[in-house]
Design a protein around this ligand. Structure first.
Ligand SMILES: Nc1nc2c(ncn2[C@@H]2O[C@H](COP(=O)(O)OP(=O)(O)OP(=O)(O)O)[C@@H](O)[C@H]2O)c(=O)[nH]1
Ligand SMILES: [Mg+2]
Length: 543
């Protein structure tokens, strides 16, 4: 350093030197360049610029294309309660964010336990001597008591009923405990769905908290007062919504196994309340709950032999059959796998989670990016709404910016009634809802995909001899087999669309589905995804 100059002065001087670009210096023509050399150099430079401009243009075009294919796709899942919307959402998650789905499996344990417990409670209720007195009411609330065989007050007797009731007494407490675990403290409402915090969105490997579009503060008339036309999600009216008590001693009638929105997912996950460490850093699954004496698995495990005996009892099965109740067809049915489900180290499988029944209240949003294939990078948002009548008012705010609707109509439900209104046939409700949605002017540009769902159950029901024409007079004398019934319902829904759509150009895509079946549904989802993207692009190009 020269004498008398400080280090900072020296640095300041260096910074103020005129910019020297070594690259530009290297590209300068040689100082002794001849005119011929100069001409060759300039020609080469022009050629190089042309190539470079071509590449730039190509990149620009590619960017535009990518931007178009990356356009956000908003999909709304619609349909009545129990039509399979949330199950379809689970299939989307399983397909696009499988690690997140696996990580959440453990948390479904509480729901599955509750589903199982309530199946047992339901059997006990049906077998109870009071149920025979209550016969009339039974037929209306029980959506599987479908008129197949009239309930018989003087049917098979269950000599062990009191013994079963005594042995299974602790179930009531267990049910309460599970409900409390899955329900927000102080919430007196019907427990509904898992908390929004449970629905983490995985976008590009990052977890994003789900966000729920605020729905207008609208309440609707109690379901029993809603006429068909009012049930459509177009013009909600103001009225207090019904509250359902959560009393432990009450029968399960009319109440569903559900979890409330504001519950903390982590709390439900930890079940016993003790903090657990992940079993694997990759799956996020926890282990060690069986060492927690407070975990509900212990009570359930202790009750397993009694549950098994009840379910194996031929008199019990006979009585259920006499009452026309086919529990196997009901949502959240696990009675055929009691030892596995009640084992202390039970971890739900994918299929268990898909079968679990949890009623949705409000609207749940799930986002993901298509990870591979032609549509790689396109961003999807799927909205799963509650389908019960008192939930439908929340649909309309989503109509304005939706690109596609997947409407689910459970066609196996032709002999069932709505839980929220026992006077309404489920298939009839689905048809009216469908009519209301496809005729909606706000949705005229929206692509419609119709899932005629629960085909597996439809097949089983028809095989069991349940006749469509007993519930749908228009079916007439057509054969009561799967082929004929499914074809008939396909054209019924298709014709409605054709007749009432405000957009005659709109194509409708109809699939026969059983959304609990992962392999079949995976293929359908892939094709639906391509169709939606293709049609979305078409719309974008027109804009
Ligand atoms: N066997 C069978 N079960 C199904 C099918 N689709 C759905 N389920 C079951 O039916 C029950 C109800 O399905 P959900 O997906 O919860 O119905 P949802 O439309 O979301 O109902 P809400 O949330 O009340 O609107 C669950 O237990 C599912 O496992 C199907 O195709 N076949
Ligand atoms: Mg749901």
């Amino acid at each position: 350093m020269p004498k008398g100059k400080s280090r900072s002065e020296d640095l300041g001087r260096r910074r103020s030197l005129p910019d020297f670009d070594p690259l530009a210096a290297a590209l300068l023509p040689p100082p002794n360049e001849t005119p011929e050399e100069k001409e060759i150099r300039i020609k080469a430079e022009i050629e190089a610029k042309k190539i470079s401009d071509g590449i730039d243009e190509m990149l620009r075009q590619e960017r535009i294309e990518r931007k178009k294919t990356r356009a956000e796709v908003n999909v709304l899942l619609l349909g009545q309660s129990e039509s399979g919307k949330s199950t379809t959402l689970k299939q989307f998650q399983l397909l696009h964010t499988p690690s997140a789905f696996h990580a959440e499996r453990i948390a479904w344990r509480a729901v599955i336990y509750l589903n199982l417990v309530r199946s047992v409670r339901r059997i006990l209720d049906v077998l109870s001597p009071e149920a025979d007195i209550d016969e009339h009411e039974d037929d209306s609330y029980e959506n599987l008591s479908n008129g197949r065989s009239p309930s018989a007050s003087s049917g098979t007797r269950i000599p062990n009923y009191d013994v079963y009731k005594k042995r299974l007494g602790p179930l009531i407490e267990l049910e309460d405990k599970l409900t409390r675990l899955l329900t927000a403290p102080g919430d007196s409402d019907e427990p509904t769905h898992l908390p929004f915090s449970y629905q983490p969105h995985i976008i590009n490997g990052h977890t994003v908290k789900s966000n729920v579009r605020p729905t207008p503060t609208i309440t609707i008339p109690p379901s029993s007062q809603i006429s068909h036309s009012q049930s459509l999600p177009v013009s909600p009216t103001a009225h207090p919504s019904p509250t359902i008590s959560n009393g432990s001693s009450s029968s399960w009638k009319g109440r569903e196994v559900t979890v409330h929105t504001s519950t903390n997912w982590r709390k439900a996950l930890a079940l016993g309340g003790r903090s657990k460490s992940p079993k694997s850093p990759h799956s996020g699954e926890i282990e060690g709950w069986w060492e927690d004496p407070d975990d509900p698995v212990h009570a359930l495990n202790a009750l397993a032999p009694a549950i098994q005996e009840l379910w194996n009892d031929q008199n019990v099965r006979q009585r259920l059959a006499e009452k026309g109740i086919r529990l196997e067809e009901s949502a959240g049915f696990y009675l055929n796998e009691i030892p596995r489900i009640t084992a202390k180290k039970y971890i739900p499988t994918n299929d268990d989670v898909l079968k679990a029944r949890l009623k949705t209240m409000g609207v749940v949003e799930h986002s993901f990016l298509i990870p591979s294939g032609a549509n790689r990078g396109s961003q999807w948002k799927i909205y799963d709404v509650g389908g019960a009548r008192n939930q439908r008012h929340a649909w309309a705010p989503y109509f304005s910016d939706v690109n596609a609707i997947i409407f689910l109509a459970p066609i196996s439900a032709f002999d069932q009634v709505l839980t929220e209104d026992p006077h309404v046939n489920r298939l009839e409700d689905s048809i009216l809802l469908w009519k209301g949605v496809v005729s909606n002017k706000l949705l005229e540009k929206v692509n419609f995909v119709l899932f005629l769902n629960k085909c597996d159950l439809l097949q089983a029901k028809l095989n069991a001899g349940v006749r469509l024409r007993d519930h749908m007079i228009s079916y007439g004398d057509r054969p009561n087999n799967y082929e004929s019934v499914s074809k008939y319902l396909h054209s019924k829904f298709g014709n409605i669309h054709q007749t009432v759509t405000p957009n005659k150009e709109r194509e409708l895509y109809i699939h026969f589905t059983a959304v609990t079946d992962t392999r079949r549904t995976g293929t359908i989802i892939a094709s639906v995804r391509d169709i939606i993207i293709k049609n979305n692009l078409k719309t974008l190009k027109l804009v």
